[in-house]
Design a protein around this ligand. Structure first.
Ligand code: SF4
Length: 350
C-alpha cells in the first residue's frame, strides 16, 4: 500500500499550506486552503452530510455488520456481537498507525503530507504483504468512532492535504460512523480510499458521493495468481468490477492547479517478478474497459516479504528490465497518464 518510504517534506510550491486551524507547517504565508477547496459541494461528503444522507448510510452500514457481507468474502458473521472471521475484525475498527505520509504519490503528499490512517487486518491474505505486522498480525488498537474522528481532525490540523484511509475494505461501516463526527468537528479535507480493490458493490454504493479520490491497487490478473498469492479466487472479477464502479462515480483523476489530487481514480500496480503477462492484461483492461485516461502508478519497489520465501518464483525483486518492460506495456496498452515523482527538493520542517 505504500509506494515509497517516507521522506522529508518538500516545500510548498507557492506558499499554500493546509488548514488555517492547524499549526504552521512550512513557516511561510499561506492561503486558507489549497485553491478550489473546500466549497459547499467539495469535498463530496459535505453535501451528503448536509442532506442527512451520510448519517442514513452510516446507520445502514453499521446494521449490516449483523450479518457481515461488507466485503466479497461474505462471511455472514455477526460483527455487532464482536464476532470475527476472515478479516479478524469485530465491531470496532483497529488502527495500526496514523501520520502525515510523505511516501505517497506527489499529488497526495504535496508538501505537507497525506493524512494516512492505516487500518489493521485485511480481507486479503497476500503472501508477499509488506505491511504484514498490521495487515495479518493485527498490530494496532481498537478505536471508537469518536477516536477515529479525532485522528482525522488531528491530521487536518497538522496541515495534511487529504485523509487517506489505508486498507479500508473491511471497516467501511466504522469509517462512515466516524465521518459525521469529524465533519461536525470541522473536517474539510478530501477523502482517499486506498484499497486492494477487493471491495463489495454495497460498500462502494455507501461511499458514492462520500469519497473524492479512489486509489485501488490492481495486484494480479489470473485466477491462479489470485488463489496462490492473495488467497482470493475471484480477485480479478472483483477488482475489475470495483474499478469500473469507482470510475463511474468519480471518473479519471483530476489535479488542481497546485498539483494536488482533487477527485477521481488513481490506480496502482506493483510490478511482480515474472508476472509481466499479468501486468499487460491489467493495463489492457484499464485502457479498454475503464478509460485510456486512467491515471496509473506503476510501482517498482516489490520486495519479497512475509511468506514470499515459500513461493520461489516471487522470492526476488523484479529486475530493472522487468520494471522498464512493465512501463512499456502500459504505454502499448494505450494508457498515457503515469505517475512520476518530482525531483526531490528537501525542505526541513522545524
Ligand atoms: S468485512 Fe471481514 S467479516 Fe465481513 S465479509 Fe469481509 S472478511 Fe468477512
Amino acid at each position: 500500500m505504500q509506494p515509497d518510504e517516507p521522506r522529508p517534506s518538500q516545500g510548498p510550491p507557492d506558499h499554500l499550506c493546509g488548514d488555517p486551524a492547524g499549526p504552521p507547517v512550512c513557516g511561510l504565508p499561506r492561503a486558507p486552503y489549497p485553491r478550489g477547496m473546500p466549497s459547499e459541494t467539495y469535498p463530496a461528503y459535505l453535501a451528503a452530510h448536509a442532506s442527512g444522507e451520510l448519517e442514513r448510510r452510516a446507520e445502514e452500514a453499521v446494521r449490516a455488520l449483523a450479518r457481515c457481507e461488507i466485503c466479497p468474502r461474505n462471511c455472514r458473521v455477526d460483527r455487532l456481537a464482536d464476532r470475527a472471521k476472515v478479516c479478524s475484525t469485530g465491531r470496532r475498527a483497529r488502527v495500526s498507525t496514523y501520520f502525515p505520509h510523505f511516501g505517497e504519490e506527489d499529488c497526495l503528499r504535496g508538501w505537507a503530507g497525506s493524512g494516512t490512517i492505516f487500518f489493521s487486518f485485511c480481507n486479503l491474505k497476500c503472501v508477499f504483504c509488506q505491511n504484514h505486522d498490521a495487515s495479518q498480525a493485527g498490530d494496532g488498537d481498537e478505536v471508537s468512532p469518536e477516536r477515529l474522528a479525532e485522528m482525522m481532525l488531528e491530521l487536518q490540523a497538522m496541515g495534511c492535504h487529504n485523509i487517506n484511509f489505508v486498507t479500508p475494505e473491511h471497516v467501511v461501516p466504522e469509517i462512515l460512523e466516524a465521518l459525521p463526527l469529524a465533519i461536525r468537528g470541522g473536517l474539510r479535507l478530501p477523502l482517499v480510499y486506498n484499497t486492494s480493490a477487493y471491495d463489495s458493490m454495497e460498500s462502494l454504493a455507501w461511499m458514492d458521493g462520500v469519497i473524492d479520490i479512489y486509489m485501488p491497487d490492481f495486484k494480479v490478473w489470473t485466477k491462479e495468481s489470485g488463489i496462490r498469492y492473495l488467497k482470493a479466487k475471484d480477485y480479478r472479477e472483483v477488482a475489475c468490477r470495483t474499478i469500473r464502479e469507482m470510475d463511474r462515480q468519480v471518473g479519471p483523476l483530476q489535479l488542481g492547479p497546485d498539483g494536488l489530487a482533487r477527485r477521481g481514480v488513481l490506480v496502482r500496480h506493483l510490478v511482480m517478478p515474472g508476472l509481466l503477462d499479468e501486468s499487460r492484461a491489467i493495463f489492457e483492461f484499464l485502457a479498454r474497459e475503464v478509460s485510456a485516461d486512467t491515471y496509473v502508478n506503476i510501482m517498482g519497489q516489490y520486495r519479497p516479504e512475509y511468506r514470499a520465501s515459500e513461493y520461489p518464483e516471487i522470492d526476488r525483486r523484479p529486475t530493472v528490465d522487468e520494471i522498464t518492460a512493465a512501463r512499456r506495456l502500459g504505454r502499448e496498452a494505450g494508457l498515457h497518464r503515469f505517475d512520476a515523482r518530482r525531483p526531490q527538493r528537501l525542505f526541513v520542517v522545524g
